[in-house]
Design a protein around this ligand. Sequence first.
Ligand SMILES: NC(=O)c1ccc[n+]([C@@H]2O[C@H](COP(=O)([O-])OP(=O)(O)OC[C@H]3O[C@@H](n4cnc5c(N)ncnc54)[C@H](OP(=O)(O)O)[C@@H]3O)[C@@H](O)[C@H]2O)c1
Length: 359
Amino acid sequence: MKKYRVGIIGCTGMVGQRFAVILENHPWFQVTTLAASARSAGKSYQEALGGRWAMKQPIPASMANLPVYDAEKDIDGIVSQVDFVFCAVNMKKEDIKALEEMYAKHECPVISNNSAHRSTPDVPMIIPELNADHAQVIEHQRKRLGTKRGFIAVKCNCSLQSYVPAIHPLLDLGVSKVLACTYQAISGAGKTFETMPEIVDNVIPYIGGEEEKSEQEPLKIWGHVENGVIVNASSPSITAQCLRVPVSDGHMAAVFFSLDRKISTEEIIERWAKFKGPAQELELPSAPKQFIHYFTESDRPQTKLDRDLEGGMAVSVGRLRPDTQYDYKFVCLSHNTLRGAAGGGLLMAELLCKKGYFD
Ligand SMILES: NC(=O)c1ccc[n+]([C@@H]2O[C@H](COP(=O)([O-])OP(=O)(O)OC[C@H]3O[C@@H](n4cnc5c(N)ncnc54)[C@H](OP(=O)(O)O)[C@@H]3O)[C@@H](O)[C@H]2O)c1
């Protein structure tokens, strides 16, 4: 099979580094091009990283000596070397919007981990097991942008990556309300314990913008396509509190929810065990075999023990039980830079590739 040529925009960042690691030896995709800000441009990847490499694995040998381009100024050269790009950059929202549209208008598909375009109605925000059908809005978006190939597709925020998949198999029962408290790792802020010493022995009860994303983005994922755009779902009503905790990787959530039609906890666990979607049916290379793992032990899932389950692409759930104020409560976990960011972006790219969107 032909390998698709891939660029990583934001290659020096936390998510960009994760992309580099998970794309090494990928069966369909090969990283040919790296880009970041003007600060890194003109250096080799290794030089541009300096001491910032934060992954457990070494810098992929096939990328260490690749030149890093300026994502904005060198766009013509970059798009001529790639079939599509992954984008994870730390810039102002308006600048990210403009950058991603510029790549799309240069006929280069953009798989984005940034939040800038998440509320754009003809930009799909896909979790491949849940809403693969939203890819159909790409045709509408291409007409709007005036492109033949170019488009933008986005990955949702990492905070909701654990509880939205867990709630999803129950939607037909009428999920009326959801309360989620998240306990989020420092890599979600692009930080390590060295670069965020203030988190050691501490919990910080505020992550800018995160609660709004946690409450609103699920409604787009659960929305439907009408006249070429995604119309958000009107329920369930969701409320969230997001805390930063002293953990390197892995976002945990404590979740409460109510159903219009009650079922037993055993039936909920059975629905989780049986749940699969197009990622599994199409046997996408990065798909977990079992998407939702339920732990019966009362002290699981644990961040350190369970975040890497199925290559960090599965969702771990435990402690499902009745609640006195909502109907049920449970705890869930997902790896924020794997399933929650780069891995989730890669799985979406595999889905879109299989459906022919990069041809
Ligand atoms: N960390 C997570 O778990 C996570 C999860 C989901 C989504 N995200 C999103 O992913 C994006 C990146 O997050 P991160 O944690 O990887 O950030 P980060 O570690 O701060 O890295 C930011 C990257 O953006 C690049 N950059 C900054 N200004 C630029 C410019 N003007 N032009 C081109 N590149 C520029 C940086 O390049 P230089 O090195 O040259 O400055 C670096 O490669 C953000 O939008 C974030 O919200 C992160």
